[in-house]
Design a binder for this molecule. Structure first.
Ligand SMILES: [Zn+2]
Length: 231
């Protein structure tokens, strides 16, 4: 098997994930995750670990786990992140810091507006089906600029518009009733992007059906540092 920085070759990907004939057949081949991950973290444990980490961050009692040279070496050949986060690229929402985690713990997929694009979905499929994460958190945040842009009746310049267009449907039914910094729009976008994960992926719903994955939505409050579960 060819591996580069924890990634595996395409042939191994298909074989190990049981992707045969366009469907997942988990019983045909063991997954890389079940072969190599000796300490898998289930979705409930993963969510508790995140909430505990955010509470440490809030109380300024951070442990700064998994940030040593030893940790770098221990995950250099393979990664088994216990959670995947589809979060906004906003500089005020650094995922490892707000959850007090370290290297190899969180598979971060960050894009403005936490948009579930095809490339984001591909990354999340890799993190779950191959690397073994059993929890995806779609993490929106208070006062998200991308969501605020989607509330405007304007076309954003350049490729920003492509991004904003993927948020506009999430807020079209409520935008006439709310302010452009409304948490309602942020929460609507979290729900919408989760729905896109279900609609546009074959792998993620199958993992959910098999009890190997949960997807939850959460909102980060950039005023307080607290993460709220919204789904
Ligand atoms: Zn944002």
């Amino acid at each position: 098997m060819s591996r580069i920085n924890g990634f595996i070759g395409r042939r191994s990907f298909l074989k190990l994930s049981g992707l045969v004939g366009g469907s997942l057949m988990w019983n045909m081949q063991p997954t890389l995750a079940s072969e190599a991950n000796l300490n898998p973290v289930n979705s409930d444990e993963a969510l508790k670990r995140l909430i505990d980490g955010n509470n440490r961050f809030l109380r300024q009692k951070r442990l700064y786990p998994d940030q040593s040279i030893r940790r770098i070496h221990s995950v250099s050949q393979a990664q088994h992140p216990f959670v995947s986060v589809l979060g906004c690229a906003d500089s005020r929402v650094p995922v490892e810091i707000i959850f007090d985690e370290g290297i190899g713990d969180i598979f971060d997929v960050r894009v403005a507006g936490n948009v579930a694009s095809d490339t984001a979905i591909g990354s999340l499929e890799y993190a779950t089906a191959i690397l073994g994460s059993q929890l995806i958190v779609v993490l929106g945040h208070k006062r998200c600029g991308a969501v605020a842009e989607a509330l405007l009746d304007e076309t954003a310049p350049g490729k920003i518009s492509m991004l904003v267009d993927k948020i506009k449907p999430a807020v079209k039914d409520i935008k006439s009733k709310i302010q452009n910094d409304s948490d309602d729009a942020v929460i609507a976008n979290i729900h919408y992007q989760i729905a896109k994960l279900h609609e546009n992926s074959i792998i993620l719903p199958e993992l959910q059906d098999k009890g190997k994955l949960k997807i939850v939505g959460a909102r980060y409050d950039i005023d307080s540092g607290k993460v709220f579960i919204v789904t």
